[in-house]
Ligand binder design. Structure first.
Ligand code: ADP
Ligand code: F6P
Length: 316
C-alpha cells in the first residue's frame, strides 16, 4: 500500500497535525506517504512530495497546511478526475486521505468510484458537516474570534458603543453561536435563524432601554451588507454603531490543543481504516468518540446542519 494525502478547500488550523499523524502511523506500519500539493490540483499537475519524518518535524503547532491547499474546478469534471487517476497510478498510490470540507468530500467520493481507496477527514473552520460534532480547525477559529471580540468589548464598554461583528462560517452559524455563548455577544443572527433588520433593532433597543449600552451583535458572513445594517440602526436609534468584519485573521494561527489532538486522532483512524481495507469512509467525532461513516451517508445529507437550539435559546 502507498498513501497520498491532500488538503483541499479553505485551510484550517490542525491540518498539519493530521498530516503528521498520518505519516507517523503509516511509517510505523512501513507504509510510504506522499503529500499531494495544492489539493486536487496536485493530482492534475503531478505535484507530489514524499513525506518523511524530517518534513513533518514540528508542524503540529503551525497553522495552515504545509502541503498547501486550493480550490480546483477541473476536478469537478470527469476529465480532470481521470487525469488525477493517471497520476496516482503513475506514483503507485492506491489510497488517498482527503482533508477538507463538504466540497472536498464530494471529490473524495468521486475518486473512490474510480477504484482508489479514499478516506476523508473533516477539515474546515465552518464546522458545517452534519455527521460530525467537530471539524478540525473550528475550535481554534472560535478561540481567535473570542480573542478579537474581547478586545472590541474593552473599547465598546469604555465608550458605551455597539459593534456588529461579522464572522465566517459560510452557511453555518456555529462560529457565531459558539462565540456568543462563550461570552462574546449579546445578539446573534445566523443563516439557520436569521433576524431581519427590524428584529436586530428591537433586541438592541430593548438592551439599551434596560441599561446595557455596549452590545456586540454577531452575524454570520454572506447574510447582510454590514454597512447597510449599521446605517439602519444608527438612523433608527440615533446612536453611532461600529462594524468589524473579522475576515481571514480567523483562518490562521497556531491550532489549539483541542484541534491538534482531534486531528491526530483522526489521522491515526484514517490509516487504521486503510490498513483494514476500508474505503469511502469519512472520519468524525460524535459524543467524544472517533467514528467513521460512508461518503454516501455524508454526501447524501441534503439539508444543512441545524443550529443547536438549546444553546440558541440562551440568546433569545
Ligand atoms: P470545501 O471542501 O472546504 O467545502 P470547496 O467547496 O471549495 O471547499 O471544495 C474544494 C474542492 O473540492 C473543489 O475546488 C473541487 O476541487 C472539489 N470538489 C468540490 N465539489 C466537487 C464535486 N462535485 N465533484 C468533484 N470534486 C469536487
Ligand atoms: O470554508 C472556509 C471559509 O473560510 C469560509 O468560512 C469562507 O466563506 C470561505 O472559506 C472563504 O473562501 P476563500 O478562501 O475562497 O475566499
Amino acid at each position: 500500500m502507498k498513501i497520498g494525502i491532500l488538503t483541499s478547500g479553505g485551510d484550517a488550523p490542525g491540518m498539519n497535525a493530521a498530516i503528521r499523524a498520518v505519516v507517523k502511523s503509516a511509517n510505523h506500519n512501513n507504509i510510504e506517504v506522499f503529500g499531494i500539493k495544492h489539493g486536487y490540483k496536485g493530482l492534475i499537475n503531478e505535484d507530489l512530495i514524499k513525506l518523511d519524518n524530517s518534513i513533518i518535524d514540528n508542524i503540529s503547532e503551525r497553522g495552515g497546511t504545509i502541503i498547501k491547499t486550493a480550490r480546483c474546478p477541473e476536478f469537478i469534471q470527469e476529465k480532470g478526475r481521470r487525469k488525477g487517476l493517471d497520476t496516482l497510478n503513475k506514483f503507485g498510490i492506491d489510497s488517498v486521505i482527503v482533508v477538507g470540507g463538504d466540497g472536498s468530500f464530494k471529490g473524495a467520493q468521486k475518486l473512490c468510484e474510480l477504484g482508489i481507496k479514499v478516506i476523508g477527514l473533516p477539515g474546515t473552520i465552518d464546522n458545517d458537516l452534519p455527521y460530525t460534532d467537530y471539524c478540525i480547525g473550528f475550535d481554534t477559529t472560535l478561540n481567535t474570534i473570542l480573542e478579537c471580540i474581547g478586545k472590541i468589548k474593552d473599547t465598546d464598554s469604555s465608550h458605551e458603543k455597539t459593534t456588529i461583528v461579522e464572522v465566517m462560517g459560510r452557511y453555518c452559524g456555529d462560529l457565531a453561536l459558539y462565540s456568543a455563548i462563550a461570552g462574546g455577544g449579546e445578539i446573534i443572527s445566523t443563516p439557520e435563524r436569521k433576524l431581519d433588520f427590524e428584529g436586530i433593532l428591537n433586541k438592541l433597543s430593548k438592551n439599551i432601554s434596560e441599561g446595557k449600552r455596549d452590545n456586540i451583535i454577531i452575524i454570520t458572513e454572506r447574510m447582510y451588507d454590514i454597512e447597510e445594517l449599521k446605517k439602519y440602526i444608527e438612523e433608527k436609534l440615533k446612536i453611532s454603531v461600529r462594524g468589524t468584519v473579522l475576515g481571514f485573521v480567523q483562518r490562521g494561527g497556531n491550532p489549539s490543543a483541542f484541534d491538534r489532538v482531534l486531528a491526530s486522532k483522526m489521522g491515526v483512524k484514517a490509516v487504521e481504516l486503510l490498513i483494514k481495507d476500508s474505503k469511502g469512509r469519512a472520519v468524525g467525532i460524535r459524543d467524544n468518540k472517533i467514528i467513521d461513516v460512508s461518503f454516501c451517508e455524508v454526501n447524501n445529507i441534503n439539508t444543512n446542519k441545524d443550529i443547536e437550539y438549546n444553546l440558541l435559546k440562551l440568546l433569545l
